[in-house]
Design a protein around this ligand. Sequence first.
Ligand SMILES: C[S@@+](CC[C@H](N)C(=O)[O-])C[C@H]1O[C@@H](n2cnc3c(N)ncnc32)[C@H](O)[C@@H]1O
Length: 426
Amino acid sequence: MRLIGNKTKLLGQIESLLLDRGVEGGTLIDIFAGSSSVGKHFKRRGYKVLANDILPSCYAQAVAAVEVSRWPAYRKFSGRYRDALSSKDFIEGMHVQGDILEHDDGQESPRRAARRLPLARAVHYLNTCIEPVEGLVYRNYCPGGGADRRYFTDENGRRLDGVLGFLREGYREELFTRGEFYLLLSALVDAADRVANISGTYGAYLKNWQASAKKTLWLTLPEVIESSQRNRAYSEDANALVGRLKGDVLYLDPPYNQRQYAANYHVLDILSGYHLYDDLGKFEASLYGKTGLRPYDHLKSAYCVRRGRRRMKETNGSGVFGDVFSAMLDLVLSTKARNVLVSYNEEGLLTRDEIGVILARFSGSRSYDFDNDFREISYKRFRSDRDREENGDGAGRNYKVLDGRGKDELAEWLFFAAREGARVTS
Ligand SMILES: C[S@@+](CC[C@H](N)C(=O)[O-])C[C@H]1O[C@@H](n2cnc3c(N)ncnc32)[C@H](O)[C@@H]1O
């Protein structure tokens, strides 16, 4: 899943700051998990990971990538579709498509490779044995569907509807275990994301079809990161959840500007929540606006509300957090973890000093130790095709150039803080 703000490029820096400050191993709480890139990295390093995100699409990724820690058997599914799965055409098709070989680097023992087989079969079944249908996705997000939106080609919309219907039925009649189900769902969300006709986010679709959008929707074998830890995924408001989680490091990577993720990933969220909507007709009738949003007040984030604005008070159900500063302060002071690591962007709603003040309170110090606990990492701004289109001259949207920096040059910040007397973990 292509998520704006993912920290794939910062993993090394995050890990090295932790090591530098004497933290290695234990439990990491990734409470704004997004694409789960950070959770996955630390899971591979042997940490126990607790991943949380309020968005259904991010939650689906977190269950598949963080919580699932063994290759699943798909017993019920394999039993029900035995004839189809053992047919000559199906088996040959799997080899031709390479569905079974995706992660095979040639070094694996056949026994190890065989563990992937049940998942590979299920994925191939979704790719090749499901009838396309004209359903919610086709009607609302494809040009042929009448709503005049161009997120997916008609063919891909029908394929998505077919697989969604199959997964929804399977979920409802418990054809899959939780892990089995979310692996397939996350593979579908990833596949949809690869053929979506967007540039950057789902806040808009493109008028013309991108080459990638014209490709046929095709699920690939999701990776299972094996682990002996009891990793878990949650989907709650971070502030409501944080006090219930035990861990060594609380990693915080909240949104840093006023753009609500819920309005920018709604299409993937709808795919991810499809199995849960009791009344699909009623849900479909609630879709609105140019981009087919679903009502999303319950998913709005206080971290996107500028300090001093209190609009969020009643909207997220927990009713506590007004704006970004009070939400961040509440979050940091509510954790039981001994260490906190914050990722933030210098263009964000909170200033460097405000984050320092919050972390100094957590550490019980008079001031934040910027010399030792802070890192600044510079990078080039991502510019979408839409940026360029909006300006019409190929020069892009007019972003402000920050003091002392070149055009498009920005910095990511990393802040570490430990409770007093908790500098080194066991
Ligand atoms: C900057 S992204 C995280 C990126 C992530 N570290 C990665 O590498 O992909 C912020 C995430 O926080 C989530 N989020 C925003 N407000 C939240 C809240 N109050 N509780 C839980 N999740 C929230 C958003 O849905 C979004 O996925």
